[in-house]
Design a protein around this ligand. Structure first.
Ligand SMILES: [Zn+2]
Length: 490
């Protein structure tokens, strides 16, 4: 790319200010206006003409995906046009979060008028000398290491607080004031009432329905939901235990429930949730929750097993959901179906549909495709940056030490992107079927969420009609496929 340097009148110290609003690890942020004012004073004191002021709001940028910095890009354009000799900042981390970005700028300095990065605390990085480049790389590197150290320090402090039984902070726990220690008597009474009622045999849904009917608010001032109440009742905080990373410490706050109450509730909860669950299996192992509907009332079918009885083994099955998580009546609750043959039937039908090559073309993109694609792009970008570093080393722009340092950081960043990607592996579907695998092969090894996504791509609804006759065998199961109706999307 030809430089435009010659077309621009050169005032040697043309200065551009860059400021960035970002959140540091302690949650504090430095006002952009303060940064700019500080830079302006510094430029004035040195008699440097300002050619531009650029500022970005970087709050909310995730560790993995880069939030666009439009003004930073504008700054780069100004540099490209040869208008900038000095970038003035309050401190290095304002300019860069990542070393690769600095390396881009170092390369730009070779072909433009840009000469240095200057901080208002008086440090100057001369990008035209090897020493200056090295110092700049070190500064960014140190800022990154410092951020990591702060994070470790915060974690150590959290652990110490936990060992002392101190409150964790965050949202106000139900039953206590915001300090997490002082009791709130009205809520204490509610917790004790709920525990007593649950232990005496009432259902969570029934208690929730009653609380909502009485207008008793949750800690957030909202209606109660079954999952909130059942989670709260089993919190070990209420028996005076502070948990941290799997360890338990005596809490600094008063207990609300007794150990005995806690154990009784835990035992009841356990029998309620192990219905139909294979021993040691995942809690939510119902493939068809979502698309499965009751053919009698049109309501949702959910996973809910039958407990082992004297004459029958425990069984995974789907049932029509009678009450929702606010305790309201939503379905008839009368239709049940064994899970194994139903899932087998739907799986075979879905895989059969996917064997049709036209189907793949018609598929709607999965929900997370955007995120996954961004992560893949990010990963590829980092891989390319690493390649660029090798070139820089080969062409002598970086010496061996700088290269080793930059390479280590680039590789760590690649690993980060890879990890972030793996979190989405279950949520994304066909994009992650390996090239050497068929969908059938992938199905055999994929997780539940992945399979559910694949089903969602082609199945609109699965209707489970009431089985009027218990007779008929299918694949060794007491099951009649005729009562199952699959509505396809394609
Ligand atoms: Zn129903």
């Amino acid at each position: 790319m030809p430089t435009l340097l010659a077309e621009v009148p050169v005032l040697f110290l043309n200065t551009a200010i860059y400021a960035r609003l970002s959140e540091d690890r302690s949650g504090e942020s430095e006002n952009v206006r303060i940064q700019i004012a500080e830079c302006q004073d510094y430029a004035t004191a040195n008699g440097w003409p300002l050619v531009g002021t650029y500022d970005d709001n970087d709050i909310g940028a995730s560790k993995y995906s880069k939030k666009p910095r439009p003004r930073y890009d504008a700054l780069l354009s100004a540099i490209q046009l040869g208008r900038v000799h000095i970038i003035l900042i309050t401190e290095m981390p304002r300019l860069y979060r990542r070393l690769e970005e600095l390396l881009t700028l170092i390369r730009m300095a070779e072909t433009t008028a840009l000469r240095r990065i200057q901080t208002t605390d008086g440090i100057s990085y001369d990008l035209s000398t090897e020493e200056g480049v090295h110092a700049a790389i070190n500064a960014v590197n140190n800022a990154m290491l410092e951020a990591a150290r702060i994070s470790k320090r915060v974690k150590r402090k959290q652990k110490k607080n936990a060992q002392n039984g101190k409150n964790h902070g965050g949202k106000r726990p139900y039953g206590y004031e915001a300090d997490g220690v002082t009791l709130r008597p009205v809520e204490v009474a509610i917790i004790r009432e709920c525990a007593t009622r649950y232990i005496s045999g009432e259902t969570i849904a029934g208690i929730v329905r009653d609380l909502n009917a009485r207008g008793v608010p949750s800690a957030q001032g909202k209606q109660w939901r079954t999952e909130n109440l059942s989670r709260i009742l089993l919190k070990r905080r209420y028996i005076g235990i502070r948990e941290y990373n799997g360890a338990e410490y005596p809490a600094a706050w008063p207990a609300i429930l007794t150990h005995g109450q806690h154990e009784q509730m835990a035992a009841r909860k356990l029998t309620a949730t192990t219905h139909g669950r294979k021993k040691g299996g995942p809690a939510r192992s119902y493939l068809l929750t979502g698309p499965a509907n009751c053919g009698r009332c049109g309501g949702k079918m959910v996973g809910g097993g039958r407990t082992a009885e004297a004459d029958r083994a425990a069984q995974r099955r789907y049932r029509c959901q009678a009450t929702d998580n606010l305790g309201g009546i939503v379905g008839c609750g009368k239709v049940y179906r064994a899970a194994e043959p139903l899932e087998l039937l739907v799986t075979e039908a879905v895989l059969h549909v996917f064997d049709n090559p036209h189907v793949a073309v018609m598929l709607a993109p999965p929900q997370d495709e955007k995120t996954v694609r961004a992560l893949v792009t990010e990963f590829e970008r980092r891989k390319a940056k690493l390649g660029a570093l090798v070139t820089d080393y080969a062409t002598g722009l970086l010496n061996r030490e700088q290269f080793a340092q930059a390479k280590g950081i680039a590789e760590a960043a690649m690993e980060e992107a890879r990890e972030a990607l793996s979190e989405y592996q279950d949520a994304s579907t066909l994009a992650l079927v390996r090239a050497d695998q068929t969908l059938r092969e992938a199905w055999a090894t994929a997780g539940l969420a992945w399979r559910q996504n694949v089903i969602r791509l082609v199945v609109e609804r699965i209707t489970i009609h009431p089985a009027t006759s218990g007779r008929g065998m299918w694949r060794g199961y007491k099951f009649n496929p005729e009562y199952i109706e699959i509505t396809w999307k394609v």
